[in-house]
Design a binder for this molecule. Sequence first.
Ligand code: BF8
Length: 636
Amino acid sequence: MSKESKGTTDLKKIAADCGIDMVWERYADQTPHCGFGQLGLCCKNCNLGPCRIDPFGEGASVGTCGADADVISATNLARHVAAGSACHSDHGREIARTLLLYGEGKTDSYEVRSEEKLKTIAQELGIDPSGKDLKELARLVGKAMLDEFSKQYDGLTFLNRAPKKQQENWNKLNITPQGIDRPIVETMARTNMGVDSDYKNIIMGAMKAALADGWGGSMIATEASDILFGSPKALRAKVNLGVIKEDEVNIIIHGHVPLLSDVIVTASQDNEMLKLAKEKGANGITVAGICCSANEILMRRGIPVAGNFLQQELAITTGAVEAMVVDLQCIMPGLTKVASCFHTKLISTHPKAKFPGMEHIEFGEERALDIAKEIVKKAIENYTRRDKKRVNIPKESMDLVAGFTAENIFYYLGGKYRATYRPLNDAIISGRIRGVVGIVGCDNPKLQSGITHVELVKELIRNDVLVVQTGCAALACAKDGLLVPEAAQKYAGNGLKEICETVGIPPVLHLGSCVDNSRILIACSNMVKEGGIGNGIDELPVAGAAIEWMSEKAVAIGLYFVASGALVVFGSPLPVTGSANVAKYLTGGLESIVGGKWAFETNAQKAARIIIRHIDKKRNLLNLKPAMYKARVLKV
Ligand code: BF8
């Protein structure tokens, strides 16, 4: 198992010397965790309770209303899924609305950077792009995207991208989302006291909400962002806290929605701002990202990444961050305590996410660039308050290559002259690539803070599995040097190495932020359409893992991949294991219904073995030759 980096250890000591608890100490203070919560056996959804079920069979076996462990754990899970889906979808709605505002001429802070994507999506949404100028087309596409959220009966347009097999199955099971908002509302309604009391039916409802996220809200977030901010292309950049510069004004962007992060980058490159920074004694302005905001501006603009989820507090303890600017999602309320010991200015920007102790500068799409300049100016002015003696920036930074998408993956895999997934499918059929696995999601102190991702990915690529990544998992692996072409030579099995060296790609492809998991759904559908490796996503030699999952968003992502036919491995189990029925259903029963299922395994080597066995089983069912090169022996 890899060790914590020296930089992290040093910064933790600085915080401790300041008397500050960070996520690791707060986590330790919470252990042992509440057993009822971990097992999913407590219910506080009405005032007959709160109730809890005794897992040892000695106390209550049902709540006051009569709900048993099955109902309570399935209800809790469904509500997590609804919250996670709501979060992603709200993000998608904001980008679609901005596209509409641009089209209506109500903001000049944004533009259409991918005309090609705008036209393709327009056609998909039933809008003829011919004869329309960009603004008019953006207006129509923005409006049509927003309509997807409020649809009541019609079904989501992007569901048509899924293989026919999945679409027909969802229709048969009555879990085809009618729109984006409706299944999420429905999940909250059916889990209210005294509504749905059949755990299987509750989980079916949750799958509908999750599908509305993956094939709806998240997919719209990705597509609308590509239109406004540009379709990513492979690029090289830097990752880890070492990207913070000792002699420059450092601004950290943290959160999710690229509407803010993109304009902050633009504002930081403005001559007036650069001049002001010089006047204050700085040699320039560095913008770096944390969490999925980092991924958004990395993928499209090559902006360096300061870190993943668990590094948000560490960034402040470098003593060199003038401002941390946040919007929403995955922002620890604990930041304000850490910042109180340093000169860092914390600035919240979103009306839905305020934090006591942070300065709030409300962001608005209509005058986004002006607001961004105001924020950047505040950061520059704060540079003079920096205490140089307290600056401790770790030396650690690493190269990474990011910018892969469902549309460009074929190009980088050798299909330069044919817009086709044939090279990828052929590599799978020949066995050079054993399968494709998405390693996504958060990093979590429960599981070594990113190190479990790294171990899992290394074991997979060693066994010729091509890995695609998003979210904080991608950043954790990037810091370990896995997202550069050179990593193939060092870590990949012979088959995968041959492909990577021939076409010059890393063995681990970065596909973006968490909403960009939708790119993985599209890539899977494209693999099916290309032919030769199955008629549905459930037949492909693919899997997913969010081994260090933390957020409700990760639960929603997990469920939409399961509902779309994939095996999904989580590290710590979902909080359902207090119900043997629900746990068995999620990890077994669902497979014969939707093709996918969950597995829980905290050990990276064992998780790799689960995934590789699954891939080999799918290859056998497809009558594909075994992986071309003899599998290396797993270490467990
Ligand atoms: O949406 S991976 S910790 S930052 S929830 Fe959050 Fe998890 Fe990171 Fe992005 Ni996703």
